[in-house]
Design a protein around this ligand. Structure first.
Ligand SMILES: Cc1ncc(COP(=O)(O)O)c(C=O)c1O
Length: 488
């Protein structure tokens, strides 16, 4: 790659140009991020066309490639790190996390084990300890960093499956589970789609998930769950509680489910991808009471912690079970007699990004107090949005925002449910097409609704107020029969 005949091969001299390029674009992007549209789909469509060329035989060099990427690519990016992106549950990036993520790439250390990066291993263990404190988890829990809450659910459920096998005298990681009965997984209607996928990947099967619900929204029916546990006659089961569901931010009763798990000897997993942040404020800590009794816990970083994608954390109480489920050895990888931790043996990945650097930096920079203040700001912003919805005669709130998901719909009155569902589905599309904000549509107890979720540290009251105004403006141009009135 250093053949002087090929001027576009990587050279050390390119670094200077890349650094200057980066300084310039980072500055201009960060200057405008608060005012950028969430996503301009039309501009994105045209921008992407310029990328569709065949694989070049010879390149254009780093500087030209980066110029092209920024110049042609920016229009096709979502401003998901900005203050107006309320789709899914999308956090931003704190300045400290952004800087640390740049260092992560600069150093490019594999966080597999000490031999690749003592710093990455140490900071992962330390940051996980700090997060146990932040979220009120049991101090004896072991943790591992993964790509997000889906993989954290994978880790939790793989550990649960290992435990479930061992309870029946089978080491599933060694012997497989042929001959064992189906593994019962008891949960509520709040179970997240990623957990369902994970259970299918682990061979448990989507159909083994038993949703004990008492209403159309999916709230848990504890009595029916207890009946099911009783019916197992002492056979082991796995329970899953959701702390912060995606439609309205509601919680399963973690404490009561922990009581049931204890009474019937079940494994309790808590999926608190974003809802676990309730623990950081006295205003909401009651919502996650009992989480310290869980056997495994999921939490996300790229949501409320506001670290860059991709970053999630799995905690498992029994380290032995976790280590068995993810046991991974080869002599070339690590010396088995070396007592230093091999993080690649506690989770699904071998080569792993040093995600801990951004986590450590943001917790070091802002501390528990900074996170509490950011979280409480989001609670207040959600309240403000709920007030604006309540004041608007053509909007209807469908749930109290316990955290910062505000579930509401357009309802000008006098229309049937089918018409309203269709209108609200189209309203969601209209908001996305408009591009100033991003928001998702969901089905809440059979009713189609918008579910803006506020977890970005940059979001302020003015953004929330503008959002409600944009939604009402677009909603009032929708007709029951057709598209936007006056749309071109
Ligand atoms: C409760 C819950 N669990 C799991 C996930 C999946 O998270 P990720 O996209 O980080 O894998 C989400 C995402 O919104 C979630 O809200």
């Amino acid at each position: 790659m250093t053949d002087p005949m090929h001027s576009c091969d990587p050279t050390r001299a390119e670094h200077e140009k890349v650094r200057a390029f980066f300084e310039r674009v980072a500055e201009s992007y960060l200057d405008e991020i608060d005012d950028r549209p969430a996503l301009d789909y039309e501009a994105a469509g045209s921008a992407l066309k310029s990328f569709r060329i065949p694989l070049p035989e010879e390149g254009i060099g780093a500087e030209a490639a980066l110029e092209s990427l920024y110049r042609d690519g920016l229009a096709a990016t979502g401003t998901s790190a900005g203050p107006r992106f309320y789709h899914w549950v999308v956090g931003g990036v704190t300045p400290a996390a952004l800087g640390a993520d740049w260092l992560t790439t600069l150093w490019d250390n594999p966080a597999f084990a000490w031999q690749g990066s003592p710093l990455a291993v140490e900071l992962e263990l330390l940051s996980l300890d700090w997060m146990k404190e932040l979220f009120g988890l049991a101090p004896e829990m072991s943790g591992v960093m993964v790509t997000g809450a889906s993989m954290a659910n994978f880790v939790g459920m793989a550990a649960a499956r290992q435990w479930w096998g061992q309870e029946q005298g089978v080491d599933i990681s060694e012997d497989g589970w042929a001959g064992l009965p189906p593994m019962p997984v008891l949960t509520s209607g709040y179970v997240h789609a990623s957990a369902v996928k994970v259970l299918s990947l682990l061979g448990v099967g989507r159909k083994q998930i038993r949703r004990h619900t008492r209403d159309a929204v999916g709230r848990v029916d504890l009595a029916s769950m207890e009946e099911a546990l009783k019916g197992l006659d002492g056979r082991p089961a796995v329970m899953m509680a959701v702390a912060g569901e995606v439609n309205a931010g509601d919680f399963d009763p973690v404490e009561e489910m922990a009581d049931l798990a204890e009474k019937y000897g079940a494994w309790l997993h808590v999926d608190g991808a974003f809802g676990l942040f309730a623990a950081v404020s006295d205003r909401t800590a009651h919502l996650v009471r009992g989480v310290e009794r869980a056997d495994s816990v999921t939490v996300d970083g790229h949501k409320w912690l506001n670290v860059p994608y991709d970053s999630g954390y799995a905690f498992v109480k029994d380290r032995e079970i976790l280590a068995r489920a993810f046991a991974y050895t080869a002599r070339y990888l690590a010396d088995p007699t070396d007592p230093r931790p091999v993080l690649g043996g506690l989770g699904p990945e071998s080569s792993r990004r040093a995600r801990a650097l951004a986590v450590w930096a943001t917790l070091r920079a802002y501390g528990r107090g900074g996170y509490r203040r950011m979280f409480e700001k989001h609670l207040d912003l959600a309240k403000r949005m709920a007030e604006l919805v309540d004041e608007a005669p053509d909007l209807e709130r469908l749930a109290d925002p316990l955290l910062s998901v505000v579930c509401f719909r357009y309802n000008p009155g006098g229309l049937g449910e089918d018409v309203l569902n269709d209108l609200n589905t189209r309203l969601g599309e209209a908001v996305l097409e408009d591009g100033r904000f991003s928001v998702g549509v969901t089905e809440y107890g059979g009713r189609m609704a918008l579910r803006p979720t506020l977890v970005n540290w940059r979001t302020e009251a003015a953004d929330v107020e503008a959002f409600v105004e944009v939604v009402r403006g677009l909603a009032n141009r929708l007709t029951p029969e057709g598209d936007l009135e006056g749309a071109t």
